[in-house]
Design a protein around this ligand. Sequence first.
Ligand code: XMP
Length: 551
Amino acid sequence: MKKEKVLVIDFGGQYNQLVARRVRECNVYCEIYSYKTPLEKIKEMEPKGIILTGGPASCYEEGAATCSPELFELGVPVLGLCYGAQLMSHVLGGKVERAANREYGKTEIEVDTSSALFGGGGLKEVPAHTTCWMSHFDYISKLAPGFRSVAHTGSTPVAAMENKEKNLYGIQFHPEVLHTPEGSKMLYNFVRGVCGCGGDWKMDTFVEDSVKAIREKVGDGKVLLALSGGVDSSVAAGLLSRAIGKQLTCVFVDHGLLRKDEGDEVEAVFGEKGRFDLNFIRVNARDRYYVKLAGVDEPERKRKIIGEEFIRVFEEEAKKIGTVDFLAQGTIYPDVVESGLGGESAVIKSHHNVGGLPDFVDFKEIIEPLRSLFKDEVRKVGLQLGIPEKLVFRQPFPGPGLGIRIIGDVTAEKVKIVQEADAIYREEIAKAAEEWKKENLPESFGESREGLSVDQIFAREREFNPPWMPDQYFAALTNMRSVGVMGDERTYDYAVVLRAVKTIDFMTAEAANIPFDVLQTVMNRIINEVRGVNRVLFDLSSKPASTIELE
Ligand code: XMP
């Protein structure tokens, strides 16, 4: 059966992936394409709806990103957001002009509740008076023929518009961001109401469909996967195992720079005694990494050594296995979009991940079973497959691991200190978060975790968290030793630094406001339990000017 699809046409705005994620949250599959995509290709995809995103340009300027007027004649519902709405007006004969002042931030808005966007079609009702997130210089000063304004703010007469007959809609603000509290309803009303999508995008069907597709593609071939224990490669392993069992071999390189017990945890899940049917090879490469890293204190040099050594180890293992038919990779949709293959957004984040594997392995084809998924969808698939929550909700962990959380040269002693301190920190944060959940979770979640559905487990971990819950947190080891006193003895030991940040995209971040008593408990435990540490610091810096990692 052909899946329903909505196209998100990207004009280079900053929230474009967010638009796509929100649409997927309505159980509607969507993909991001550049505004340069030819109309013919758009037609071939037979979309149920089209969303034009925001963008940085002014649509009336020469050379600005544009679209063909025929896009609005396909008989497919179109929703323009911000720049997309202005462009729709401009192309269809309305007028867009520069406003005297930029309208920016949370803004009060009046909406016409008879419009399908706001619940007039019988789906999700939006209150007549609400708030929205505005960010624009230009505004629609004259509607295109056939349109009427269905929302306004104090300074913007057309904050939303519709041409009901032709199923064309425009929204000047950003319904995709959380600062527009009713925004998700508006997108839902568009894709599920105006476009008539039934909502066939669900993660359990994704698992079934993928298993079928993988079996068809792989046949009786052999597949090799580099398993890091991160979310993406773990879920890829689980999915491939479900599809092809022992035709899959996973190589897990333990470089001795993982967090406390992490190597054993990965082995417990994917190894022989684990719950997945596959061949699992763990390479304990700790000693050779430590030898290579001895005396090296320059961060980029450390990164390079760790990356190169990974390739070397993996290459040796791959040689033992011989030619394989497929090399599997845990690529996910944001990787595809950010590498410039999907939308129009600039490549924002240069990939830190260990690259270059394909050149070193003898294989015929690459297989990327998670290529269409956003990170949270990958997590849901992981839960469907029975991968433990600990792995599924693992926070981001850099490829070079603790190697870049130890300032200066890496030694076995320092790795041990940072592992112990970090384990205590994570344990106490988890404890405090659980306590908060006990008080604050809606009753429908019950007393225990038993018997929760995949969606509930997901919401419990990702949505219902204390306001201070960091998006990434860890302990790192400074290269500083200072004087302390223990009993009657003078000590001269290391200082551990605790990092905790709130961030959306990891490009900017702020220190998370962890309750002081939690920090005090962590400090006390680290000083008492970790040998070689006599001082614990909390890192308050934002990114920029600091980075999240210390190196
Ligand atoms: P920074 O320190 O650049 O971190 O503010 C942003 C995000 O990227 C992660 N990070 C890395 N990930 N290899 C990786 O795989 C690296 O070399 C690396 N350096 C930073 C970091 O953990 C954070 O999530």
